[in-house]
Design a protein around this ligand. Structure first.
Ligand SMILES: [Zn+2]
Length: 73
């Protein structure tokens, strides 16, 4: 994994904004019905690249999914 530090561009980015490494554009946040092993979780937020359609979860979103799965019992 390449390491790049860009301290000066910090203020132009939204907090937590993630860039697609392929397209160099910001991921947009979308809501989907997410299928985990046959269990549908509604309104799960994830990040999607508007250009290449790559999908990413932030650590917060991953935690949210884990929490919801636990709540399903
Ligand atoms: Zn992309």
């Amino acid at each position: 994994m390449p390491h790049s530090k860009q301290t000066k561009s910090k203020e132009t980015l939204k907090a937590g904004a993630l860039l697609c490494p392929v397209c160099c554009v910001e991921y947009i946040e979308i809501e989907v019905d997410f299928d985990v092993d046959g269990t549908i979780l509604n309104n799960i937020k994830l990040l999607k690249c508007p250009i290449c359609q790559d999908e990413q979860f932030t650590p917060e979103q991953q935690k949210e999914i884990e929490k919801r799965l636990l709540n399903l019992g």
